[in-house]
Design a protein around this ligand. Structure first.
Ligand code: PHE
Length: 337
């Protein structure tokens, strides 16, 4: 039996010297419940009482030796594996990182923010209104009753007979005047909808920025001064503005406003299509009916309002010739801003 134990020990230790030694399999084979050493211990019943403790002690020593050698081997293998791995995975911490591509604001958002800054600088606040709007706010309160021809040019999408997607930001004028007493000085940027087919200059969804000022003694010259200041800041100090008579049901008098072409300075070029002027907005003095509809006395207060197309201003500003480019999200376009 002692010989058997010696054999087991030398066999195990020999195997452990092999570089490809599978340490776990070896542990099971020699020390496991069904291992060779256990088998020897089981057979100890056959020994004489004198021999039993001697063999027992020897078996324990053999077990301890094999275990120690195994532990050492496992540690050695681990170390070697780590060294190999470190050798394989060289890490150059000075190597430049793969660049993270940063996006940026959409040109429309950028133009909107720029416009907001300009008006905030003139003391305006930003007001918001819903895109799903009542017929009352979008039309009736703005002096556009049912069957008024102005509804044709602003045909939009209806949710029900009296709920629609707003065709202009002007309903925010009414919402603001209902809630605030003068002095009022707000702009209201946002999405608007019209049932237009998509082409280079039309889109069923686009953006406007409304402006409204109501106080005692507001006149058309305040409107002109405000828009001129805006145009100079937005398109350059040399910019001039021009008022052309027009009609809007909710302003009286009304005007369409052009800015001098910022490319040719008014001589006429490709951008202004030879006109020297580019139309950017509609404006006028708030109609007395509209003031009354909102509970503001037109005998005491007066005001002006304007509404401009954000796409129009942005296209003019950056020389973009197709409105669809704003909505296609083609990086080749967006990257240029
Ligand atoms: N809401 C008008 C439009 O969409 C523009 C406008 C706004 C005109 C305010 C006058 C005053 O055409």
């Amino acid at each position: 039996m002692k010989e058997k134990l010696q054999q087991i020990k030398s066999a195990a230790l020999l195997e452990l010297q092999s570089p490809e030694c599978d340490t776990e399999a070896l542990r099971v084979r020699y020390l496991g419940k069904k291992g060779e050493l256990t088998a020897v211990l089981r057979g100890m019943g056959a020994l004489s009482p004198e021999e039993r403790p001697i063999v027992g002690q020897m078996a324990n020593e053999v077990r301890a030796e094999i275990e120690a050698a195994l532990t050492a081997k496992v540690a050695e293998l681990k170390e070697k594996a780590l060294a190999d791995q470190l050798c394989r995975e060289k890490l150059d911490v000075t190597m430049p990182a793969a660049p993270i591509r940063m996006g940026h604001q959409h040109p429309l958002t950028r133009a909107q923010r720029e416009m907001e800054e300009i008006f905030i600088g003139m003391g305006f606040e930003i007001a918001e209104g819903p895109e799903v709007e009542y017929d009352y706010y979008n039309f009736q309160a703005l002096n556009i009753p049912e069957n008024h021809p102005a509804r044709d040019t602003q045909d939009t999408f209806y949710i029900t007979d009296n709920i629609l997607l707003r065709s202009q930001t002007s309903p925010v004028q009414v919402r603001v005047m209902e809630q605030k007493k003068p002095p009022i000085r707000v702009i209201s940027p946002g999405r608007v909808y019209r049932s237009d087919a998509l082409d280079a200059t039309h889109s069923p969804l686009f953006h406007q920025m409304e402006g409204l000022v109501v106080d005692k003694g507001i006149t058309m010259s305040d409107l002109k001064g405000t828009l001129e200041t805006f145009a100079r800041k937005m398109f350059g100090e040399e910019t001039k503005i021009r008022f052309r008579p027009h009609h809007f049901p909710f302003t009286e008098p009304s005007a369409e406003v052009d800015v001098s072409c910022f490319v040719c300075g008014g001589k006429g070029c490709r951008v202004c299509k030879g006109e020297g002027w580019i139309e950017i907005l509609g404006a006028g003095m708030v109609h007395p009916f509209v003031l009354s509809n909102c509970g503001i006395d037109p005998e005491v207060y007066s005001g002006f309002a304007f509404g401009m197309g954000l796409e129009r201003v942005t296209m003019t500003r950056y020389g973009i010739d197709d409105i669809r480019l704003f909505y296609e999200n083609d990086e080749r376009f967006l990257k240029q801003f």
